[in-house]
Each structure stands twice: as C-alpha cells, then as structure tokens.
Ligand binder design. Sequence first.
Ligand code: 0O2
Length: 218
Amino acid sequence: MVYIHNWDEFLQPYELTVQELKLKLEGIRAQYWKKNIHSPIESVRVRVKTINSIIDKSKRMELRLDEIGEKMHDIAGVRITCQFVEDIYSVVSLLKKRSDIEIVYERDYVTYPKESGYRSYHLHGYYNLETIDGTRKVLFEVQIRTMTMNVWATVEHSLNYKYEDEIPEAIRDKLIKAAEAAFNLDEQISQIRNEIREAQQQFILKKLSQFKGYDENR
Ligand code: 0O2
C-alpha cells in the first residue's frame, strides 16, 4: 500500500471544490428565487470522503493510493435534491453548459434504476479549481435526485451499513416495494406540478404584497 504523506494537503483541493460548487449551485437557486421562477435545485449538500472511507473503497476497487486521485471519482461529492423528476434533467443540462465544469461520465439511474431500486442521476466531472499554483482540474461526483428518491436512498444506505451489505431477503423485498411506492409518489407529484407551481407563485406574490410599497405590476 502506497503511503500518502499528508492527507490534509491531498484532501484540500477536494474541500475547496465542494465548497465552491455549493456556493455556485446555491447561487443559481437564489437567481431563480429572485425572479420568482421555480428553481430546479431544491437543496445542495456536499461532502468529502473520509480517509477511512477512501481507504476502504480503494481496497474494494483494488487501487493503489497513488491511483485514487485519478480513479476514485467521488472523493468530492455533491448531492442535489429536486422537487420534481423533470427538474433532475434541467439540472443535468444546466451543469453540462457550465464553463468551469467538464463532464466526463454520466449514468441515468432515474430512467434506468439499479436492481436494488436505487434511483439517481450521476455525473462525474472535473471542476476547474483556481489555486495559488494555477488552475487544477479536480474530479468530483454529483448525484441528482428528487427528495423522495433521497429518502429511499438514505434509508437503504444506512441499512446497508447496519447489515454490512448483507440485507436479509425479506427486507430487500420491502425496500423494492418502497422504491416502487417512491416512484409512484414522484409520478403523482409531477402530475400536479403545475398546480403546485401556481400555488407557489400566489404565495410569493402574497408575501411580496405584504411589503410596504410593493407594486405587483412592476
Ligand atoms: P457514500 O457514503 O454515498 O459516499 P457511478 O455510476 O459509478 O457513480 P456506481 O457504479 O454505483 O455509481 O458506483 P459506486 O461507487 O458504487 O456508487 C457511488 C455512490 O452512488 C455511492 O457512494 C452511493 O452514494 C450511491 N449509490 C450507488 N448505488 C447505490 C444503491 O444501490 N443504494 C444507495 N443508497 N446508494 C447508492 P458510496 O461509495 O456508497 O458512499
């Protein structure tokens, strides 16, 4: 096993990458809000893999530690949650258009769920990080999913930890049923999407009209 002399130094670009991406993605959401337009981005969470998790995954992937910077794509991780399934695809095209990101890999587990029932859209890319030594391309992974998909994935992920990837058959079946229920919920929410959007607009207008001096026709 190759030794990484300074983990802090190794992980710093990943830390900076997720912080900058979070700020920028939340900035996009703020721009939508400012214009009273529905934002395809509901929330943004970021994390850098822990050292233990990197070492465990490098063993599973049979990687030497000097290979992980090149081959482990999710050391820097971004998770975007959306209200509606259609928002996922808006976020994907939004990310593909950015000049500070180069997408190198994509997997649509939304339209093509995993056998486990897992649904999410995965993009891997390079983020152009400006450092004191020049521009550095840092690999990151973004997972884009609805809030419903997120609840399911979070529960399934924690059960996998609890059962150390050996979830009993009966529980696995229940998880598949829950994934189907989550899919149906997303479908129904999409169907009433326009009604929700209208209600949101009305709510915003009502709130704004409470501010003194607000002119609705402005
Ligand atoms: P953590 O704790 O989430 O960081 P890829 O298309 O390569 O991105 P793939 O092939 O599944 O996806 O690769 P990998 O490395 O197994 O999974 C990447 C991440 O996707 C996982 O990170 C999970 O967050 C998520 N994921 C993938 N499959 C499932 C699944 O069946 N259930 C759940 N709950 N999450 C999943 P890690 O490594 O688990 O760690």
